[in-house]
Design a protein around this ligand. Sequence first.
Ligand code: HEC
Length: 188
Amino acid sequence: MIRRLFLPALVTAFTGAAPAVSGPAASPHPAPGAADPGMPRFTADGALLRPDGVERWVLVGASLGLGYSNATDRGVGMFHRVYLEPSAYEHFLRTGGFRSGTMLALSIRHPLRRVPPSRAGWSEGDLAAIELAVKDPERFRGGWAYFDFGRDGRAARAEPGERCARCHAEHAARDNVFLQFYPQLRAR
Ligand code: HEC
């Protein structure tokens, strides 16, 4: 990714020049102006762009049928997986905290049963929605904002506080994040 982003800059720098034997050393950081894939990206009018490949981030939690709006148990419920963006995960392991720019994703999938050869139990089916939590105390009052991309949305606006942030602020174990559901973060 970094290499690919860096290449056009190198090509431009060397256009018309003698064979490229010297030049700027490849930087471990994205080229100036290139977006850091570990940080959230917003449109000019403040909507969050859906990050690529959240299901390749670090899996920190999984649950089935977790419900928090009412106490009725109707059916098996949905599969939830929670992912933490890798550079924010490294930061958390080092410090025990979530840095500004941290992104967590919640993927919600429908349950499937009797996928051959299984005769009992449930497995994960199609994606229902991707939701994101983003920390940026300079941008968001309360430090965090919450976004719902549905299944296919490419950009999403921050949800009103009473729909998402309030429950996180009141009930999550640490800094708005539901660590009580994420064993590998709890174990740090
Ligand atoms: C009534 C409480 C409640 C409300 C309201 C709520 N959440 Fe959550 N949220 C949870 C719980 C509990 C978890 C723990 C993991 C799970 O659900 O699998 C969670 C986890 C998450 C995560 C994973 C990272 C984290 O913070 O732990 C995201 C992202 C998320 N919710 C987004 C949202 C969005 C977007 C909304 C509003 C549309 C919302 N939540 C509303 C309770 C709530």
